[in-house]
Design a protein around this ligand. Structure first.
Ligand SMILES: C[S@@+](CC[C@H](N)C(=O)[O-])C[C@H]1O[C@@H](n2cnc3c(N)ncnc32)[C@H](O)[C@@H]1O
Length: 212
């Protein structure tokens, strides 16, 4: 699928949602991430930044929370929210999670809530997460997966990818991307099964570590 067409469709959806209230996630990752004072944490596909800001509070002023999102309107909304809350240890960046604009070993922890399913190349995303994590670092990520592969006509449709639907891969394929990126101690902490447009889905919350 053409990346530009896909990204335009994703931005079209989420620019409309940038002024809505509430989170758009499919899991509860923050407590599972067990952030400590002084840590640096990255939130991929941060949306309006609600969880990024919560993470910033947990790591305190000696730490840093960075939210990255493809949709400029989402990042703008997150920056405004940070200003209203007077949060000084948070940064928001417009970017693509398949090409992270950070040097290797920049973060202690990575989180992401219902965003990686939108990426065309999930293996690339997990390789990037591995690259920017410090040795010993961890991620907690929630994302939808399917029980069976989706039909090609759905996978080729950018509109359905933008709806947290067409980009979902099977659980096996998803976990393989994580393991092949080099992560160890990969663990499914939570699973919620549901039907979407007649297809069997599960929302997984996964934790894994970058070992030395
Ligand atoms: C379902 S929303 C989740 C937002 C937020 N994590 C939350 O829980 O409210 C998915 C977000 O992922 C972002 N996104 C989609 N593809 C992306 C990509 N390739 N790189 C970075 N962000 C992306 C979208 O712009 C959107 O804000």
């Amino acid at each position: 699928m053409d990346v530009k067409g896909l990204h335009d469709r994703i931005k079209a959806r989420y620019s409309l949602e940038s002024s809505a209230q509430g989170g758009l996630g499919c899991g509860h990752n923050l407590s599972l991430l067990a952030l400590r004072s002084g840590e640096r944490v990255l939130d991929l596909g941060c949306g309006r930044g609600q969880e990024t800001l919560e993470a910033a509070k947990l790591v305190g002023e000696g730490g840093l929370a960075v939210g990255l999102d493809l949709t400029p309107e989402m990042v703008r909304a997150a920056v405004e929210r940070a200003a209203v809350e007077g949060c000084v240890n948070v940064r928001f960046v417009v970017g693509d999670m398949e090409r992270l604009p950070f040097p290797p070993e920049s973060f202690d922890a990575v989180m992401s809530n219902c965003a990686i399913n939108h990426a065309r190349d999930k293996s690339m995303v997990y390789r990037e997460v591995h690259r920017v994590l410090k040795t010993g670092g961890r991620f907690v990520i929630s994302d939808p997966v399917t029980r069976y592969p989706l039909p090609h006509k759905i996978k080729r449709d950018p509109y359905r990818w933008a709806m947290c639907f067409g980009g979902a891969v099977t659980e096996q394929e998803y976990l393989q991307c994580i393991r092949e990126a080099g992560f160890r101690r990969v663990e499914i902490i939570n699973r919620r099964e549901y039907l979407k447009n007649g297809y069997e889905f599960a929302s997984l919350t996964i934790r894994a570590f970058k070992e030395g």
